[in-house]
Design a protein around this ligand. Sequence first.
Ligand code: DON
Length: 578
Amino acid sequence: MIKPILRITGLVLATFISVPAVAQTKALLDSNTRFHPVISSTGMVVSQEILASQVGADILAKGGNAIDAAVATGFALAVTLPRAGNLGGGGFMMVHLAEENKTIAIDYREMAPADAFKDMFLNTEGDVDNLKARFSIQSSGVPGTVAGLIHAQENYGKLSLKQVIRPAINLARNGIPVSISLAESLASRSGRLQKDAATKKYFFKEDGADYEAGEVIRQRDLAATLGRISAKGAPGFYQGKTAALIVDQMESTGGLISLADLKGYKAIERTPVCGDYRDNKVCAMPPPSSGGVHMVQMLNILEGWDLQALGHNSADYIHRLVESMRRAYADRSLYLGDPDFFPVPVAQLTDKKYAAALRQQIDLDHASRSEDIRPGLVDTAESTETTHYSTWDQWGNVVSNTYTLNFSYGSGISVAGAGFLLNNEMDDFSAKPGSPNGYGLVGGIANSIQPGKRPLSSMTPAIVFNPEGAPILATGSPGGSTIITVVMQMVLNVLEFDMGIAEATAASRIHHQWLPDNIFYESGLSADTLRLMREMGHILNDKPGRLGAAESIHSKGDGVLFGAEDQRRHGSGAVAQP
Ligand code: DON
């Protein structure tokens, strides 16, 4: 048995005990990198908030599997990372089950209430009322998180629901020290958040002052809500007291979610979208996320070039990324939506021949203009805060989970008495064709609002497999529209450029989404590269920004796990199973 290698504030302390430790040492030394991952030969959890990662790692140590750890981490993040961890939102979970050698995709995306309708966010002039779509009580879809986590736990966990939810209840009831990141994120949004009396009560001091880092925040109503879920499972949220609190609030403030909507909510198991990238297999979320379809589509285009020879983040490489992204996001605007309501042409979009046709259109020396690019298929009908985490156990089960309230702290409205924030995911629908949502994304009929429909997402929890079929990478990211391109660059950094996971995570990223026609980029690209991009005709954002936050676990398929938190978000953490 090998003890995990511990990393304490940048120091690497290794405890090597037996033969496989040699492989660990070699891997660490071979990596020849300035970026060091956390290493374990048992299990690991990587999330955006280190207390929640520790909860998951402790569950692994208690004999839980990756699914138990993921569910425990998901509930813990609802307490420790309230801007994105949630009970009132939704998301997607990719699960690889080692024994059955099967990978599934759990869709627990929010759903439009039965009373929702296509033009519900249009004002009398027929324009989109963005405040209503993003910050009103009507901006919330029926929450899916509790149904999704419980579906995973009941079907694939080893421990009991009570065991995996207990740490979250304790954190909420006993309180957590406010991290620098939590203090900063609440203080910077206090104007918006204090407009709602319940949110003000839950996340600010009695006199309305901000919490300072290091002070303790207790969430007693949230602890009670978690307690009802622990006692009764999904009905402890979708029926009974919590459901009544949600509906009372809806009825008194003009919200649309009814008891029937809550009772009728179901998590859905779907078949992942998978594609071959050279010898590896890349699997990610199918619709109603656009992540899997477009990541596979872009990888199919990129596979036709010798990217290694171009060099990581060279102008020629970035040019190919951008032109692939431009075309994929154009397609997203027309063809992607909830597959239960719209026939999404997944097979055509992920077809290698279609990718080859798109590749043919790309001029290797000059940027194209987005206004000249239209969605490409011819034969079919016509910030933000999310959070990702990955878990991996000693048996080879892997979970890659992304969930969200949409914006930071969702709509900003909490369910009074129940202690949790509501999502503003209805803004991910296309409220009007061509009118951009909060991420600048446009859409049409495929993603129009309909009762019971799930809004189109970009969340891209992904699991990558080696040619032998063993999982080698679990990754994903927040970042709204940028998620798909961030996750794809993680995959390329590992598969194509052979980077260790910490280096792959730290590497500078770029993003293009067709509209607006400009490249978002991070610091770290050289002035020469930026100049060459401009000379090709690319339009670059005025200044660099920050793209995504990937929380990933990598393995070479030999049981040794390498984890890296993304330091773009302060407070994240990779924790090895103790
Ligand atoms: O589902 C989506 O695509 C968005 N609601 C995700 C929002 C998000 O990533 C915010 N995070 N930074």
